[in-house]
Design a protein around this ligand. Structure first.
Ligand code: 0RA
Length: 643
């Protein structure tokens, strides 16, 4: 008995320690306390319901953003078990919500959980980071409810009524003392749940924003699963194969599901998921897929004599031109690596995906010779274009070798040659470029003003990119080549900084450059070398007072308040709104945007670049419908940007 008491206490203490630690170091559990982390809370809860759907017991999940930013997630699964744990005397449901990592203990060997969620942290973390949470369970003929405040139980599970249904409902209010903001963005949640619905064939997910007077609602349910996913991604593109190629292997150690559809575009769009988590940085599953794809198409082309004996093999890059594919694998103990922990490391997965794709894709090609032919024709013309690009490049190289310098004429280079300390500002517009040249520290800051015509990267192959007067200077300045030739060890600057105005034109150039880096210099983004400069939006000035620069509307409000406290009234201050970089003189530009001591730089992450790429495809693609839709939906932002 003594021992039992002791164990009980120890366990309880550990419970408190665990949740206290979550509140002390939330970043360790949900990545950050920014808007990103806030949305993460919702994903964690929904992931639990999706797991129940994956187990085959739940068909519908309803998410609501209630007034006051309360989140409600309801599913029609079996309901979290309500029986009392023999040792802790606490219900299973309460244990799940109060004990760190308790979730996985349920279901035992039933294969219930394949670790959902980015960190698989689950319900207890959300509970710990919530001002309050309320869980209602229907099962065993009853309705049961429990309540928590900042992770601590304020009402243990109790039966509050009868019900013949089953399911789990969770409502929670994130803790405003922990998160920077509680303002959920409908679109962010909507995108995530659309993705989850694609990844879980047949599962219905609804999302409703009930904060506004007229609620918004979206409903997602895709009987086609990943097939529907690639159709969605390709909705504004011209397709080579009407019906996506679909291969699936449900049983086995690592279940794999893949859908492929080729388009006439020149880009490669492959999305990979592990346990429904977007593995932005790829990994072993992607490796296996690429290797199989290259092998199957080359083997087929040889066998059918499309590639003759004297021809060399098609390269992976050629075979992936115009591909849109989604790969989803389920791994029991995934190892995540990489800068953002979104790269699958499990080495056994490469071979599993490889042999599965080898087998099913070669069967598919045998059975669909017309599709095979259309795709191979495209691969071969990609291969010819690559050869032409190589020749064009060599020509450029030979020419420039004679000209002593390969640097673009408009580049004002820095004196240091040490890439680690060097940075290049890419600046739109000659007047801003001029100010930047005069304002910079020429020891380590280079300026590359951009001019010339905007290129539609979507419709260009490498040979066109080299010939483009807007992008070629960027390639030469960065100095590391592009595409499969890109060599990160050759970059001339550790920081490549895009400096553009905060208006529509600025957004356009940012999107173009990010898309370009994403498609042609991806390692530069993966390695964290690309940045966005943040010029101020406002200047507050007054005679005898040091100028105050503000970077956001909140900044400005804060500055007004601080100055008011010092006895300076609003109407004594002169407010200047910067419309463009060109309005700042060199000294101001240095003080506000270029001086490493005071400037704000935003590091571009892979998902930002992916977003830009998507926007770009939408805006530049052939199909007018989606473009109009996008512009209509974003009209309000455009207005805000372009004052
Ligand atoms: C473990 C076992 C059982 C259900 C669940 C977990 C479950 C968890 C969550 C979280 C959100 N919704 C959920 N729905 C179910 C059921 C065991 C049984 O009934 O035999």
């Amino acid at each position: 008995m003594e021992k039992f008491e002791h164990e009980y206490n120890a366990e309880q203490i550990q419970v408190l320690d665990g949740l206290e630690h979550v509140r002390k170091r939330p970043g360790m559990y949900i990545g950050s306390v920014s808007i990103r982390g806030l949305h993460h809370l919702v994903y964690e809860i929904v992931d639990n319901s999706v797991d129940e759907a994956l187990a085959g017991y739940c068909t519908e999940i309803n998410v609501t953003i209630e007034p006051g930013n309360v989140i409600c997630v309801k599913d029609n699964g079996r309901g979290i078990p309500v029986d009392i744990h023999a040792k802790t005397k606490i219900s299973a449901a309460e244990t799940v919500y109060t004990q760190l990592n308790a979730g996985g203990k349920f279901g035992g060997d039933s294969g219930y959980k394949v670790s959902g969620g980015l960190h698989g942290v689950g319900a207890s973390v959300v509970n710990a980071l919530s001002d309050w949470a309320e869980v209602t369970i229907e099962r065993d003929g009853g309705i049961f409810q429990m309540k928590f405040e900042r992770g601590k139980t304020v009402q243990s599970l109790q039966r509050i009524g009868d019900s013949k249904k089953t399911g789990t409902q969770v409502r929670f209010l994130a803790d405003s003392t922990i998160f920077e903001t509680l303002q959920y963005e409908f679109e962010i949640l909507e995108n995530r749940f659309r993705e989850m619905a694609f990844l879980t064939k047949g599962l219905k997910i609804t999302i409703e924003d009930a904060r506004e007077e007229t609620p918004r609602k979206s409903e997602f349910c895709f009987e086609g699963g990943l097939k529907s996913f690639v159709e969605y991604l390709n909705k504004s593109k011209e397709k080579l194969n009407k019906e996506p190629i679909y291969v699936e292997k449900k049983d086995g150690e690592v279940p794999v599901e893949i859908a492929i559809q080729y388009t006439t575009a020149y880009s490669e769009n492959i999305y990979t998921f592990v346990n429904n988590i977007n593995t932005i940085e790829g990994g072993t599953h992607l490796e296996g897929f690429k290797r199989a794809l290259t092998k199957v198409f080359n083997d087929y082309a040889r066998e059918k004599n499309i590639l003759k004996e004297k021809d060399s093999n098609l390269l992976g890059d050629d075979i992936r031109e115009g591909i849109t594919a989604v790969i989803s694998v389920k791994v029991r103990e995934p190892q995540f690596e990489g800068q953002t922990k979104t790269k699958l490391g499990n080495s056994e997965v490469t071979g599993i995906v490889l042999s599965m794709v080898n087998e099913s894709l070669s069967t598919f090609l045998e059975e669909n010779p017309n599709v095979a032919k259309a795709i191979l024709e495209k691969c071969i013309s990609a291969s010819r274009a690559r050869e032409a690009a190589r020749k064009a490049r060599e020509l450029v190289r030979r020419k420039s070798a004679l000209e002593t310098t390969t640097l673009p004429g408009k580049l004002a280079d820095c004196s240091s040659k040490n890439p680690e300390e060097c940075e290049v500002y890419i600046v739109e517009g000659d007047s801003a470029g001029g100010s930047a040249k005069q304002g910079r520290d020429r020891k380590f800051q280079a300026i590359l003003p951009l001019w010339g015509k905007m290129l539609n990267v979507e419709k260009a192959r490498a040979d066109k990119i080299y010939g483009n007067d807007k992008l070629n200077p960027v390639i030469l300045a960065v100095g590391a080549g592009i595409g499969s030739d890109f060599d990160i060890t050759k970059i001339r600057y550790g920081k490549v900084i895009i400096m553009a105005d905060a208006d529509v034109d600025g957004a356009h150039i940012r999107t173009l450059l990010l898309t370009f880096f994403f498609r042609y210099m991806r390692p530069l983004i993966e390695n964290g070398n690309v940045y966005l400069a943040q010029p101020p939006l406002y200047k507050l000035s007054k005679k005898g007072m040091e100028d105050k620069y503000c970077y956001t509307d909140e900044d400005l409000e804060k500055a007004y308040k601080e100055l008011e406290e010092k006895g300076i009234a609003r109407d004594q201050l002169n407010l200047q709104r910067y419309k463009g970089l060109g309005e700042m003189n060199p000294e101001q530009l240095w003080d506000t945007t270029m001086n490493p001591e005071t400037r704000i730089l935003v590091k571009v992450r892979m998902d930002d670049a992916m977003q830009a790429d998507e926007t770009f495809t939408l805006l530049m693609g052939d199909d007018v419908g989606p473009r109009r839709e996008f512009i209509e939906q974003n009209a309000k932002y455009v207005k805000n940007l372009d004052i």
